[in-house]
Design a protein around this ligand. Structure first.
Ligand code: SDX
Length: 428
């Protein structure tokens, strides 16, 4: 990184400090603030609007131009030409695999899809109607208790096997969470299936009959997984990095990422967006609903983004995937899709949304495709967590592999009481 450029910060008492300006390969420069503590002051940036928390070489986003690259490859090309396991290899290792590497990776992941049978017992502690995300936080965290042989995070081989286990087992646990919720028997993975086919088999297969994956739905889910795989330092990835910075094991870190993703402002938005479309119900109610948004009664779920101030490139791919899948399933007149497109058109022509640069994000259309695939609404964020596991693990691995990484420990602007003496009970 070029650090010959300097920013000078001068305080109102005349003291000043020179801070290096660093440039990455793409994106905005950063001012290296680490020396600022010498002046006895902190930066203040709640919600991190203007803070780069780390260096990373995994994913690049340009919010103004609406660009998203995984290891330099545009998301549109990967969604069109790649498959999810190949994208996982790319995110984790930095390069697209050769044919030999790709087959070896597929075989490794396939042969780690089963979970220890004791894990099945963890589900029984939950009510059948527990939200599947609550179950996932629990059972993915529980994986920490099963791999004592490989939890030395400073050992690259241990990090690699943990990454493989998480990538392979999260779909199995996700399908188990669904089966537990609907009261059907767990379906064990079958090695003859591809990664996505296997997940759909474990979700929709039953012991009563053979399961034949629908190639249209498999391709649609493959694309959804690719679109959700990573996204720079979003809230859940930052949670995984902060948890990992203390030396916590990767299973516990991914469980913390699942917890952070669940919120409706983040990964929970896909479930909330579909519920919003169902609440609107008909295109005739779009204008009235949008007025409620402008009156700040509620937010337009699936719209807006901290980084994208242009169309989220994933939303564009998701919209076309939506159209393709519904067309192939002969559901072109799907009411929710018509409603979503009308809502998008209305919002994008309204000054309220234009002024605030609010565009559809990845969660706006994904729910419609997931519904068409047969995934129930309460599993939408689980699907997001399944796909994002590779992003969390890749970012965690990148951080731990950096020998200079330190425990994350933000400070605060204290607004509480100044020092005061204890008051005895009888005097209060
Ligand atoms: C994801 O970070 C990532 O990369 C996340 C993600 C990933 O892949 O990891 O991309 C996945 O989480 C996508 C976002 C999914 N969330 C939603 O769709 C929920 C609805 N969106 C909003 O909650 C909101 O847009 C956020 C949380 C996504 C971003 O909020 P910010 O950046 O904190 O912006 P803000 O809340 O300060 O909004 C600025 C203005 C405000 O209005 P004013 O106070 O200026 O009048 O825009 C308004 C907000 O009220 N606004 C919205 C809105 N989003 C912002 N108004 C109506 N509907 C919305 N969706």
């Amino acid at each position: 990184m070029d650090n010959k450029r300097i920013a000078t910060l001068t305080l109102d008492d005349g003291r000043s400090i020179e801070l290096p300006i660093l440039s990455g390969t793409l994106g905005p420069d950063v001012v290296d603030m680490r020396a600022l503590s010498k002046l006895g002051v902190f930066t203040y940036d709640p919600a991190f609007f203007a803070t780069a928390s780390c260096t990373s070489a995994i994913t690049f986003i340009d919010g103004d131009a609406g660009l998203l690259y995984y290891r330099g490859y545009p998301i549109e090309q990967l969604a069109e030409k790649s498959d999810f396991l190949e994208v996982c290899y790319l995110l984790l290792n930095g390069e697209l695999p050769s044919a030999v590497q790709k087959e070896e990776f597929r075989s490794i992941i396939t042969h780690h899809t089963m979970v220890h049978d004791q894990l099945a017992r963890f589900f029984n502690g939950f009510r059948r109607d527990a939200h599947p995300m609550a179950v996932m936080v629990g059972v993915v965290g529980a994986l920490s208790a099963f791999y004592h042989d490989s939890l030395d995070i400073n050992n690259p081989q241990h990090r690699e096997i943990s990454a493989h286990r998480l990538l392979a087992k999260v779909p199995t646990l996700a399908a188990m969470a669904y089966k537990y919720n609907v009261g059907e028997p767990f379906i064990y993975p079958k090695n003859k299936f591809s990664y996505v086919e296997n997940f759909m088999y474990m979700m929709f297969g039953t012991p009563a009959e053979d399961y034949v994956p629908n190639p249209i739905l498999v391709r649609a889910l493959e694309r959804i997984f690719i679109l959700h795989a990573d996204h720079e330092q979003n809230a859940s990835t930052s949670t995984v990095r902060l948890a990992g910075s203390s030396g916590a094991n990767p299973f516990a870190c991914v469980a913390s990422g699942i917890a952070a993703l669940w919120g409706p402002a983040h990964g929970g938005a896909n479930e909330a967006a579909l519920k919003m479309l169902e609440e609107i119900g008909d295109v005739s109610r779009v204008k009235e609903y949008v007025q409620g948004v402008k009156d700040k009664k509620y937010k337009l779920m699936g719209f807006g983004h901290r980084v994208y101030k242009n169309m989220d490139p994933r939303a564009s791919v998701m919209r076309s995937t939506c159209y393709e899948v519904l067309k192939e399933l002969k559901l072109e007149n799907n009411k929710l899709f018509q409603l979503a497109m009308e809502l998008e058109k209305t919002a994008l022509s309204d000054p309220y949304f234009i002024e605030r640069k609010l565009y559809p994000n990845v969660d706006f259309y994904s729910g419609i495709v997931l519904r068409a695939i047969g995934i129930p609404t309460n599993m939408f964020t689980v699907i997001f967590a399944l796909a994002r596991t590779i992003g969390w693990v890749s970012q965690w691995n990148e951080m731990i592999a950096d020998a200079d990484h330190k425990i994350g420990r933000p400070r605060q602007l204290y607004m509480g009481e100044v020092k005061r003496d204890f008051v005895a009970l009888e005097k209060r």
